[in-house]
Ligand binder design. Structure first.
Ligand code: PMT
Length: 345
């Protein structure tokens, strides 16, 4: 039975995961998404593939039921979309759970502002003869062809192989329901599944019961909204929904001094396998892997964790993507996790 949300002693309310799901409604697309996930997993199971769930992009927090205004965050989904490509390359099947309209594997190379695809298409007027009524042909600028052929052929191959499943979320509520459902389904894979939680999920939300039905009216001066805390979803994920999965969470900080302590705190609290720490301004060329020391006896001591920094030199190779190395390292660690099944973790 769900318990009521608890006041946290300061302000706002702390929802347990159980209370959250008992009081907040599921998204209307959930059943359909779960059916697609089941079908996808069955196929991967038959083919003996490892599966990774990549979460990517930010979540919104709507302020009204008929939503006009919402809170959001900076995440563009670069980390998730890029990593998904490297996981596919490493032979994984990928469930790519992303914020609607954030970057996606493959199409990310031609995203709207950095490399717009219309800029490298040409209209070949010469292909239209004066007498024919046919439309002119579209061609690709020759300098863009090599990269496009590479991206397009990998994209087509992935589609033929059926190894990429894309799911959408927008709000933090969509995200939480979908993550729970997908992870419960993925648990049938045991140790062969990996969780790569790169989404930037809101820590606060407005429960449905507190939301204004219609657009909040201006004219009353300032606006005061008290939000409640989103439940720490890593806890049930690790302890209940998918006990054997290899779970990698991320920690983003803007104060570099907080990165390691916060990563250790997350491992101590949730007991999962890896936290990847990244500093907002250095995340494209530096991350730190924090994980429990295999020989450690007490996971609650900071000394029980080890750190491994991963850095790339973008001056030397501006096209290098740090996600390539992140994924290579995780593939190795996941293999070790699968090998160690049945022994202490
Ligand atoms: O998308 P980009 O622009 O490339 O940016 C990538 C990134 C910086 C957003 C990414 O690398 C990153 O760090 N994501 C996690 C941000 C963060 O600090 O999250 P958190 O501290 O709120 O959460 C910790 C972990 O738990 C995260 O893995 C998060 O995905 C997960 N989480 C958090 C809250 C929640 N309710 N559910 C979750 O699953």
């Amino acid at each position: 039975m769900a318990t009521s949300p608890q006041a946290d002693g300061e302000s706002g309310t702390v929802f347990s995961a159980e209370t959250y799901f008992a009081t907040q409604p599921p998204p209307s697309s959930l059943e359909q998404d779960v059916a697609r996930v089941k079908e996808f997993l069955q196929r991967q199971l038959q083919d003996g593939r490892k599966v990774v769930l990549v979460t990517s992009g930010g979540t919104t927090v709507p302020l009204e039921l008929n939503v006009v205004r919402f809170l959001d965050n900076f995440s563009a989904g670069t980390r998730g979309a890029t990593s998904a490509e490297y996981f596919l390359k490493a032979g994984y099947a990928v469930i790519f759970m992303h914020r609607q309209f954030s970057l996606q594997p493959f199409s990310r190379h031609y995203s709207h502002s950095t490399h717009p695809f219309l800029d490298f298409l040409e209209i070949d007027e010469s292909s239209q003869s004066a007498t024919s009524a046919s439309s002119p042909r579209i061609t690709v600028r020759p300098s863009e062809e090599p990269q496009l052929i590479e991206v397009l052929s990998t994209y087509k191959a992935v589609h033929r192989a059926g190894t990429l499943l894309t799911l959408n979320f927008v709000t933090v509520n969509d995200y939480l329901w979908l993550l729970r459902a997908v992870s419960q389904e993925m648990s049938i894979l045991g140790r062969s599944c990996l969780y790569y939680l790169a989404a930037a999920v809101s820590d606060f939300f407005l429960p449905r019961q507190k939301m204004s039905v219609h657009k909040i009216q201006s004219g009353k001066g300032s606006l005061h909204i008290e939000m409640d805390q989103v439940p720490k979803i890593l806890k049930p994920l690790v302890a209940e929904w998918t006990r054997e999965g290899f779970i990698v969470s991320f920690k983003l900080e803007t104060d570099p001094n907080l990165l390691l302590p916060k990563a250790c705190q997350a491992l101590a609290r949730y007991g999962h396998q890896v936290v990847i720490g990244n500093d907002l301004h250095r995340r494209k060329f530096e991350v730190v892997f924090v994980s429990p020391k295999s020989s450690s006896s007490s996971a609650s001591q900071p000394s029980a964790y080890e750190e491994a920094w991963l850095r790339i030199d973008l001056n030397k190779d501006p096209h290098k993507e740090i996600e390539e190395d992140i994924v290579a390292e995780l593939v190795k660690r996941h293999e070790g996790w699968i090998r160690n099944a049945g022994t202490a973790t």
